[in-house]
Design a protein around this ligand. Structure first.
Ligand SMILES: [Zn+2]
Length: 87
């Protein structure tokens, strides 16, 4: 018997897929979108380089990078991990 889990987006029960171990969202279009949006937000928080690739705050990034000589050094990466850069 398939186990039912509750979707964190629409709050409805759905059968858990054996292929997705950490599944929290059902397969509805809107829930898959919500999942992707959450994933992207998390990814951006964790990974400022990814954020940079997404073109967000590009100018701020470029200024920072210029100041330190055209590469992102470890100190800056650490800072960016500590603060929310795009406020
Ligand atoms: Zn759902």
């Amino acid at each position: 018997m398939q186990k039912l889990i509750r979707c964190v987006n629409c709050n409805e029960l759905f059968p858990k897929s054996p292929r997705h171990k950490k599944q929290e969202f059902c397969m509805k279009e809107k829930c898959r979108k919500a999942y992707k949006a959450r994933w992207q937000r998390q990814k951006m928080k964790m990974d400022p380089v990814y954020k940079n690739k997404q073109g967000l705050c590009k100018n701020k990034w470029e200024k920072k990078i210029h100041r330190t000589g055209k590469h992102i050094d470890k100190k800056i990466l650490k800072k960016l991990n500590e603060i929310e850069f795009c406020k």
